[in-house]
Design a protein around this ligand. Structure first.
Ligand code: PLP
Length: 433
């Protein structure tokens, strides 16, 4: 086992995922290649679903924050596992529709829904809009009135939490591009406008404090601020907020230095806090919505590459170049995200070579990691980067005119292509000569 149960080695010394030989998968499907263990995604969905209903009650619903990994098959899995979903664009909504995802379980997010997005989402019958600002509230209200419907909405609220200092601080994140801050009075203002607006029914509030959070405290802080705000709305407007969406953000183990997370216990602990806060503030326990992205899909995925050049610069550093890079995984280039890498065809050998993992783009910043401990590779080896299920494929680009890799899902000894590898023809499809 390497980091997770589903990642292991076999008798040939090859890395396996869900029991399948990654070297064989690379041979069969080519590289770079995203491989996802479908059972891991389903297991994570069940952990969230079971814990949400057990600790928050029957109505509680986890939504899959689908920006983490978006393609048609993933929405089918989310539907089968009884999840709701969070979509942030017309493209995500379109993909969910194509997958036959039940529209009433869709929450439509984003800080700038265009008029077309709003009307497309209403055509689809999207259950809930998470309204970001007063301009958007007016636009949603006007479109709903025009159609003679009542659109269910939540309002995005900024509780003012800095999850990385683990404290509620007055200024922390109040200046976010998302939502309406409580401390500035803007949150109460939009609540009053939403209560009065035609064509919308205000079901509740939403907050999302950040990502890759390992502690419960920031969620407890957010819950405290939100429940106090709900009680303030009750006192000032006589209006009962029935739904509270606490966002996503629970952390994921990417390297052996990261903690393992017990998601069910985390949800239990957050639920205990919310329950006692509701009692303290004299409000009814709202229907709680959770919105995990990363923690549902990250661990399920690995990326396979073929090693090209291995460059040792004496007295400086070593480079391993692979046939992908920032176009299939921009996370190191964007925010120095740490990963674990292995040579898949010699996975049981000691990782005693320290190297910088370089992509193939004409860009010095095109790296997948620096100072990584890995087996000493040679040209033609298969290299695996682990825990790439979230924010890799969904952030992929065609920089340097590189086709996006295929996505292969494995389950119970079978592999199937969920997204085909892009071809050069795909790259020029929209070019007009
Ligand atoms: C990104 C995002 C999430 C999911 O965050 P994770 O860290 O992937 O769990 C949930 N809600 C909103 C509004 C988001 O923007």
């Amino acid at each position: 086992m390497i980091l997770y149960d589903h990642i292991d080695t076999n008798e040939k010394g090859h890395l396996t995922i869900g029991g399948m030989d990654t070297v064989e998968l690379a041979k069969k499907h080519g590289t770079p290649l995203y491989v996802l263990d479908e059972n891991v995604i389903r297991r994570q969905c069940r952990i969230y679903r079971d814990a949400a209903t057990r600790y928050f009650g029957e109505g509680a619903l986890p939504l899959y924050a689908s920006k983490a990994l978006c393609f048609t098959a993933i929405y089918k899995i989310a539907a089968e596992e009884g999840m709701g979903i969070d979509c942030v664009s017309g493209g995500e909504l379109y993909t969910a529709k194509r997958a036959g995802f039940p529209a009433e379980r869709i929450y439509f997010h984003g800080n700038n829904k265009t008029d077309k997005d709003i009307s497309d989402a209403m055509d689809m019958g999207v259950g809930t809009f998470v309204v970001d600002n007063t301009d958007e509230l007016s636009a949603v209200s006007a479109e709903a009135v025009r159609r003679g419907i009542t659109q269910r909405i939540l309002l995005r609220i900024t509780p003012g939490i800095d999850p990385h200092t683990h404290r509620a601080i007055i200024t922390g994140n109040v200046d976010s591009k998302f939502g309406n801050a409580i401390v500035t009075g803007q949150a109460m203002d939009i609540v009053k406008k939403a209560i009065a607006a035609e064509g919308v029914s205000l079901a509740g509030l939403h907050c999302h404090i950040g990502s890759q959070i390992f502690d419960i405290e920031p969620f407890a802080d957010a819950a405290k601020i939100m429940t106090e705000f709900i009680s303030q709305i009750k006192a000032e407007c006589g209006y009962i907020i029935r739904e509270l969406n606490l966002g996503g953000g629970l952390g994921v183990r990417y390297t052996e230095y990261d903690r393992e997370v017990d998601y069910a216990s985390a949800i239990r602990d957050i639920a205990a806090v919310v329950t006692s806060l509701c009692e303290k503030n004299g409000i009814q326990m709202p229907r709680v919505i959770l919105e995990p992205g990363r923690s549902l899909v990250a661990a399920s995925g690995i990326t396979l590459y073929t090693v090209g050049g291995v460059k040792e610069i004496p007295g400086f550093k070593n480079y391993i170049s692979v046939d992908g890079g920032m176009p299939d995984n921009p996370r190191y280039a964007l925010y120095q995200s740490q990963y674990t890498a292995l040579i898949a065809n010699r996975a049981t050998e000691p990782r005693d070579f320290r190297a910088t993992l370089a992509g193939r783009c004409c860009e010095s910043g095109d790296l997948l990691g620096e100072d990584m401990d890995i087996q000493r590779p040679c040209r033609g080896d298969t290299l695996a980067v682990l825990v790439t299920g979230a924010y890799n494929y969904s952030m992929a680009s065609n920089y340097n005119r590189l086709p996006r890799p295929a996505v292969v899902m494995v389950r119970d000894g079978e592999d199937r292509v969920a997204v085909k590898r892009e071809t050069y023809e795909d790259l020029v499809r929209n070019d007009v000569i």
